[in-house]
Design a protein around this ligand. Structure first.
Ligand code: FAD
Length: 383
């Protein structure tokens, strides 16, 4: 029997689940409060310069998941792109993630890998046996100099609190490479959509079974009109924030234009606390196959998310997780809503993980139609 599904949110989560259900013969309505599809991955071509702009911050596609890679390539051509990030710190420019070049340049050395490893072991604070905080973990891994230059200021600006207040778990592994590999990601498949992410999502949504409603905010009272709802908005928002607001960091992007090449790379981080922004992105370098004389840049500032701001990064410390657990209990009592995506489950998710979870969620929904089981509130555990 044909069902009518509602996707709240036309980002990757809503689009991928909606497409799967439409291809299985069901009716799908996709609603988004914004005037465009693609959620936070939205890209648009700047009229004045022709540059493809990543409106809600830079998005680089990287994955080891072959099914997800095939999926995105079905709807858009991905061209090769490797993210090579630089950082300006203490008056010099270095390569990130911290690698052999960074170490040799920073300490004025010519160390080979094994020598660099031994050198850093000599810097590490071995008196810290059981690191509890981000700062202790970093000092134990890399010692005070690299910590000050590359981790402390950036982390402080990004999270708005001292690294002594953040858990050690944020820095799980030694954040250093003992070779000259400066490719930011390790993943097998890496690339950029030739025509931007919005063109890709428009194609995912281009199916006769799908109708898209933009500028449309959906509330909880509308859920009863559909057989089932997939909600990719903020979980606390669905319940009118009745238990309080989950903490997020938001970003302010200060755009400026430049004639020519402003910084010679796509992403330049700023590690010093005295510089108020965390990074500058020069969007035309995300499409190295294009040529533009003009340039569009974003200075990126991170701050606490207020009620009118766009929630970007979930904080997920102890207090937030306790509140999340209470919202999860409310969500599980809903009868026909599944909470999906980065906001619905209050987790930071890369695009490939979002698509993987959306594919699995769509399949689970189709399977429940055969088995008669109820579709759960979550198809991944948000806690
Ligand atoms: C700054 C930043 C940089 C990132 N960079 C990368 C990167 O380089 N590589 C990578 O793989 N991933 C990156 N990501 C992650 C990527 O943005 C997410 O994986 C992706 O956006 C998640 O898609 P989604 O559909 O779950 O959520 P979203 O894209 O947030 O979509 C949710 C949509 O729901 C809509 N909505 C919410 N509530 C309602 C409502 N009540 N009614 C109607 N509509 C509603 C919103 O308007 C939004 O459009 C980045 C994220 C951030 C924040």
């Amino acid at each position: 029997m044909t069902k009518h599904y509602l996707m709240v949110g036309a980002g990757l989560s809503g689009a991928v689940i909606g497409r799967m259900l439409a291809e299985a013969g069901h009716r799908v309505t996709v609603a988004d409060a914004r005037p465009h599809v693609a959620g936070n991955c939205h890209t648009t071509r700047d009229e004045a310069t022709g540059v493809m702009v990543h409106v809600y911050g830079p998005h680089i596609f990287h994955t080891d998941d072959a099914e997800v890679w095939d999926y995105v390539n079905r709807f858009e051509t991905f061209l090769p792109y490797k993210n090579r990030v630089k950082t300006t710190s203490q008056g010099a420019v270095y390569s990130l993630p911290v690698n052999l070049h960074t170490i040799n340049q920073f300490f004025g050395q010519t160390l080979r890998p094994d020598e660099a490893r031994a050198f850093l072991e000599g810097k590490a604070d071995t008196s810290i046996t059981d690191p509890q905080t981000f700062e202790e973990q970093a000092l134990r891994f890399v010692g005070p100099e690299l910590y000050e230059a590359f981790f402390k200021g950036y982390t402080l600006k990004q999270w708005g609190c001292s690294p002594t207040e953040l858990p050690a778990s944020i820095l799980k592994r030694l954040p250093v490479r003992f070779n000259y590999d400066d490719n930011y990601f390790f993943h097998k498949f890496q690339g950029m959509p030739e025509n931007g992410y919005t063109a890709m999502v428009e194609r995912i949504l281009d199916h006769p079974g799908i109708s898209v409603k933009l500028n449309t905010t959906v509330g909880r009272d509308e859920a009863a009109d559909y057989d089932h709802v997939f909600y990719s908005g903020p979980i606390d928002g669905w319940f009118g924030y009745e238990l309080g607001r989950l903490g997020y960091r938001t970003l302010d992007f200060e755009r400026f234009d430049y004639q020519g090449d402003y910084q010679g790379c796509a992403v330049m981080n700023y590690g010093d606390v005295g510089v108020p922004y965390t990074r500058i992105t020069e969007h035309k370098h995300f499409a190295p196959w294009e040529n533009h004389d003009g340039s569009v840049l974003y200075r990126e500032f991170s701050r606490e998310c207020g009620s009118e701001d766009i929630p970007y990064y979930p904080i997920r410390l102890v207090a937030e997780k306790a509140m999340l657990a209470d919202y999860v209990a409310l969500a599980e009592a809903e009868s026909n809503v599944t909470f999906v995506g980065r906001l619905g489950t209050y987790r930071y998710l890369d695009m490939d993980v979002t698509i993987r979870e959306a594919l699995d969620c769509g399949r689970r929904c189709l399977a429940t139609l055969d088995t008669g089981d109820r579709m759960p509130a979550f198809t991944v555990d948000p806690l």
